[in-house]
Design a protein around this ligand. Structure first.
Ligand code: TXA
Ligand code: MG
Length: 348
């Protein structure tokens, strides 16, 4: 399949927006930018269109999709009811990187919910995403536009690497701002529960709706529990090299990683360090400064690109510094734990 790339920098570019919306209405796949990561979109009310998403990504069929909307009242047709705390979250955090899980209505096809009783919905804040969704006038199902298992795409080059030839249209609007996917919050239970930590933090949510629980399997790589959100159970975000995460005091982390670097004779190694520690390392083939610990927004923004860079440099062993489980650090650690496939060295 030939893949067309449409560069849209202006949400007022009605002709280009209409072209993308038209592909979606005709049941075709369109990759489009959101503020979190690029999405692989299809008409969310058309089961055949949704099927194409699973084929293009190689995504397991039991993993439900998020419906993306432009206006809050589109929710009404898709759910049985809106719980009061969900309403508060919609008012406060939409548009933005928060996905809410509701009880589904009959309007939502089984292909979207993987046959379950709930449906995930979010309203992106990216102006181009908003314009396309508004023009399409349909809820658009969209997972992250990566091949299943790979790091989510935050730049056109990532999308191109994974999806060229598999979709007819890619809309390019530059780099994704947030860099990790939306927070997934189940508002069908009380207290509401975070299944996937992301751009909107637990602290942000609790300031508005009070107590919020978090699915422990989302932040505990060693736990054998079954995640509440199907997508969280798969190996994810994984670079091709073997990655290990290190947690503890920064000086001890650096000491332990340096020891392992010195033992990794003849193996291509990378260290994912931070601005505060990057000067402490010796002998890595690739030394990446993920950003300052004081600026987790920028760490999140570059996270998936940094994981993909390890692949570009054909790195075989990757040593990654951990972050504190606080604020955006929770979402960053969730992605790193999964990228490391549970290989974690704690208590340094
Ligand atoms: O930021 C994002 O959310 C991006 C952009 C494109 O919007 N989308 C995204 O979609 O990350 P995806 O499919 O890669 O991840 C959706 C996550 C998966 O972990 C999935 O299992 C979960 O949301 N999910 C979707 N519907 C669900 C449901 N009804 N119940 C529980 N979890 C659900
Ligand atoms: Mg994904």
């Amino acid at each position: 399949m030939e893949t067309k790339v449409l560069h849209i920098t202006d949400a007022e570019d009605a002709e280009a927006i209409e072209e993308a919306a038209d592909f979606l209405r005709r049941g075709e796949l369109v990759i489009f930018p959101t503020e979190t990561v690029y999405g692989l979109g299809a008409d969310g009310l058309n089961p055949e269109a949704a099927e194409k998403i699973f084929a293009a990504k190689g995504r397991p069929k039991d993993n439900p999709l998020i419906l993306h909307i432009a206006e809050a009242d589109q929710v009404l047709d898709l759910v049985t009811h809106i719980p009061p705390k969900a309403k508060d979250c919609m008012d406060m955090f939409w548009p933005g990187p928060l996905t809410l899980i509701f009880e589904r209505s009959d309007a939502v096809p089984d292909a979207i919910t993987a046959g379950g009783d709930t449906v995930a919905i979010r309203m992106p804040s990216h102006p181009i995403a908003h314009a396309i969704l508004k023009a399409a006038k349909i809820p658009v199902a969209a997972p992250s536009a990566n091949t299943s298992g790979r790091p989510s795409p935050t730049r056109l080059s990532h999308v191109w690497e994974d999806m060229r030839g598999k979709v007819p249209l890619i809309v390019d609007s530059g780099d994704a701002a947030v860099g990790i996917e939306s927070t997934v919050l189940d508002v069908t239970v009380d207290p509401p529960m975070i299944y996937r930590p992301g751009g909107v933090t637990k602290e942000d949510l609790e300031a508005i709706i009070g107590e919020v629980a978090i699915d422990e399997t989302a932040i505990d790589a060693e736990n054998g529990g079954i995640p509440k959100s199907p997508g969280q159970k798969y190996r994810h975000y994984a670079p091709r090299g073997e990655a290990t995460l290190f947690a503890g005091s920064l000086a001890n982390i650096a000491k332990e990683i340096n020891r392992r670097l010195s033992e990794a004779e003849g193996v291509r190694t990378a260290v994912l360090a931070t601005t505060e520690t990057v000067d402490l390392y010796e002998g890595a083939d690739l030394l990446i400064d993920m950003g300052s610990r004081e600026d987790l927004e920028s760490v999140a923004h570059n996270l998936f690109d940094n994981l993909r860079r390890c692949d570009e440099e054909e790195i075989e062993r990757i040593f990654v510094e951990g972050f504190e489980f606080r604020g955006l650090g929770v979402g960053i650690m969730n992605r790193l734990l999964k990228a490391c496939g549970g290989k974690v060295v704690l208590g340094l």
